[in-house]
Design a protein around this ligand. Structure first.
Ligand SMILES: Cc1cc2nc3c(=O)[nH]c(=O)nc-3n(C[C@H](O)[C@H](O)[C@H](O)COP(=O)(O)O)c2cc1C
Length: 296
């Protein structure tokens, strides 16, 4: 709870001055909760508020939030309207196509949201019933694009490569593409897309940039977590090992290091032995909820 002054939420929205414009997503099944959170964001200098209408998890849906909001379109629209009236910030909505294939409400909701002044919607092209299974439904996203006049529709789901980003744009007519897991696997995907648009070729990060990225990640963790940063950083060892092609013995040291000095020694060794192991997109490291969606 952002406004309560304690808890982990404040830690989650902590950021740096460069991270602008910054919009924060909030969720609740209760309008007054959403308004309090949005007002807090406005008072604390954030630049946008996004409402979560896509989360499939039982603890969020059970209290009427996340994708559950898509089941009662009138009350969802009233809720968003009240939120827009309560803040000056642009309000956006993130949703799925609907609750299940018999209840595809995203086009209707998007059209209504446009009427009440929502700034943009992001559509994950699956229903809540699909969870993260099956392929994303680009045709479903296109139907949302066709349901609105000028409000930007941001298409989302399964974009992992530059080609998939372009395919999403072409097949849906969306204004932009949002990339989730693809960016967690490969943070350079945005630059690849941008350079492909500008020059026709995807710019690859060189060895120095890759190492700088790793070092900066650790430095930022030190700023945020001080003494805990070595232990917290270790959980990224496998990701960096695969993504940067770090030799396995050094990846193993990255998994166990205890001091900043030790970290620097590992970096120096990685720099010397760059290219020994092939780089690989670490797809096996992606975790999504599993089993029947009713039990999530
Ligand atoms: C572990 C995990 C956590 C997620 N948390 C959120 C969330 O808090 N809010 C949200 O709107 N979407 C959330 N999503 C959904 C993603 O934003 C996105 O819609 C979905 O993963 C499909 O896009 P992608 O294939 O680019 O990842 C989450 C997805 C995963 C895998």
């Amino acid at each position: 709870m952002l406004w309560s002054g304690h808890g982990r939420s404040r830690e989650l929205v902590a950021t740096t001055p460069e991270d602008r414009p910054l919009s924060v997503q909030i969720f609740s099944g209760r309008t007054d909760d959403l308004i309090r959170a949005a007002v807090w964001l406005q008072e604390n200098g954030y630049e946008g508020v996004d409402i979560n209408m896509g989360c499939p998890m039982a603890k969020v849906n059970g209290s009427g939030g996340g994708a559950r909001l898509m089941c009662s379109t009138d009350s969802a629209v009233r809720m968003v309207e009240q939120l827009i009236a309560a803040v000056r910030l642009p309000v956006t909505v993130k949703m799925r196509l609907g609750w299940d294939s018999s209840m595809i409400t995203a086009p209707q909701l998007a059209a209504a949201f446009e009427q009440i002044g929502v700034a943009a919607v992001t559509i994950h092209g699956r229903t809540r019933a699909q969870g993260f299974h099956g392929t994303v439904n680009r045709d479903g996203i296109r139907q949302v694009v066709e349901a609105v006049r000028t409000m930007p529709v941001i298409a989302n789901g399964d974009v992992r490569t530059v080609d998939e980003a372009f395919r999403m744009m072409h097949e849906t007519g969306c204004a932009a593409v949002a990339i989730g897991r693809g960016a967690m696997l490969d943070p350079w995907i945005f630059r690849r897309i941008q350079s492909t648009l500008q020059t026709g070729t995807a710019a690859e990060p060189d060895a120095d940039e890759q190492l700088q990225f790793l070092q900066q990640h650790f430095e930022l963790m030190q700023q945020q977590h001080a003494d805990r940063s070595c232990v917290l950083f270790r959980k990224f060892a496998a990701w960096y090992g695969a993504t940067l092609g770090i030799p396995e013995d050094l990846e193993d040291r990255l998994r166990r290091f205890e001091t900043v000095g030790e970290f620097q020694q590992i970096i120096a060794a990685i720099r010397q032995r760059h290219g020994e192991r092939a780089r690989k997109v670490p797809t096996a490291l992606l975790k999504v909820p599993n089993g029947p969606v009713e039990h999530w």
